[in-house]
Design a protein around this ligand. Sequence first.
Ligand code: DGL
Length: 286
Amino acid sequence: MLINYLNNQEWQINNFNSSSPIGIFDSGLGGLTAVKELKRILPNESIIYFGDTGRVPYGTRSPEIIKKYAVQDISFLLNKNVKFIIAACGTVSSVACEIGDTLPVQFTGVLEPTVKSAINSTKNKKIGVIGTSATIKSQAFFQELKKIDKSLEIFQQDCPLFVPLVENGITSKNDIILQEITRRYLINLKNQEIDTLILGCTHYPIIKESIQEFFGEQVKIIDSGKETALYARKVLKDSNLLNNTENNFKYYFYVSDSCENFKNEAKKFLNLQEDYFAEKINIDEY
Ligand code: DGL
């Protein structure tokens, strides 16, 4: 019996096999950056995405609320008989990182994959981490990095304005507002001469160009969506759960607020040519 770690309820035990979908969730739209990578790296897989658009942002909330939301998001995905669950959200991955140990399916957040990749990349052992305020406050990236290599120097910065900028379409590297906010948040990390930067939030890959331009090419940027998709491929392969048959209908999107806008954004962002399904659900039922 697997007990849901927050409130002593049982997790639903689901039935899955290799052709079952991968479940992925985020606080909102941002997790589509991870779906884009999954689509590229695992083209045969079906994906069930839950975006908690009715309760975004998570990054400014308390750990108790973030954990409660994470349990509900995961319960919803288990209900859909997914074979693997990804918390694309950097905030959930940091604040509720122990949740995976209690689940009846394999699970990953973004911590482990990104931290490993950052450690492989750094030469001068100076790594920057950026994320939401809840992510940075949790110290989860810091601890995970130090667990592997105590000699690392880690410089962290929360960047609370990045999410609303992205949500409002201010993403061009030529935008002077974005340039100025990028400079203010990241100048300290630049002065510390980091050579590797972890983007610990789903939204940040969308402004990667601007961040890269600020640091220059000498800083390697680690994108959590890409690293997590690569990690998912490895876990599924090792557990014989990769889907080897072509699925006709692959993408299912669920959101907790109106799905019209989300549908259009997802179609555009993922360049979806194939059929897909989108629906609003009541997450409080889970
Ligand atoms: N999805 C969140 C993350 O990756 C960012 C947006 C939010 O604050 O909910 O941390």
